[in-house]
Design a binder for this molecule. Sequence first.
Ligand code: UDP
Length: 244
Amino acid sequence: MERRQYKLLGYNIDLFNTQEAMDYANSLIDSSSSSHIVTINPEIIELANKNENFAKILNEAELVIPDGIGIKIGLKINGINTERITGISFAKNLIENASKNNMPIALVGAKPHVIEKTKENLKKEFPDLNIVYAHDGYFDDKNTIYEEIKNVSPKILFVALGAPKQEEFIYELKSILPSTLMIGIGGSFDVWAGEVKRAPEIWQKMGLEWLYRTIKQPERFKRIFPTLPFFVYNVIKENLIKKG
Ligand code: UDP
């Protein structure tokens, strides 16, 4: 399966729909090396613009899925219609698939009681799921965690440390683990543990989950608000330059 990518503001984004992205992820699971799925959004791009190493990590990822309505808008400005794939639902698809095919998985991230509850809830939802490792995201020595993960050789590793921490963690592990698919999923464990609620479906469908979360957690406002308009402005600018 060939990747179809578009370079938006210097960042490669895969233009797969959900099914194609799942098929591609499965081919990565079957491959004989480790790989990294990034769920990209305007906040991540803003961070990467200020952090060269993070930008390099994003562009070396084996699959970059368009999370966030901002990316969908950015691609649309460039004449591309693509399906938005949220990291949290894509990760759930990967878990379901792992459970059906008896693939060992590992989880790293979130507060200790959150990771415990996440494990418990996932086992309830997928009784056959084989969780070979779970660790909270507040550790001092990452090398010990790398070693422990290596010893249990999971097929898929879910990392929820927030960006850019989770992507840096995965990047280092890529050269340590022989064949694991890894994905950074931000605050997903908090949702799976029931600590944070996702927006009602209607908000999700309209692509306004970010607005819902901002209203519920006003402290996110500072983080999100200037990012989206600035991102759209930069995309329009880049598009005009391309057209000459
Ligand atoms: N987190 C962690 N270790 C850290 C910092 C953060 O495990 O050193 C976790 C935090 O508990 C939360 C997640 O990382 O579960 C980040 O969530 P946030 O909502 O900030 O991520 P976003 O989805 O916005 O990227």
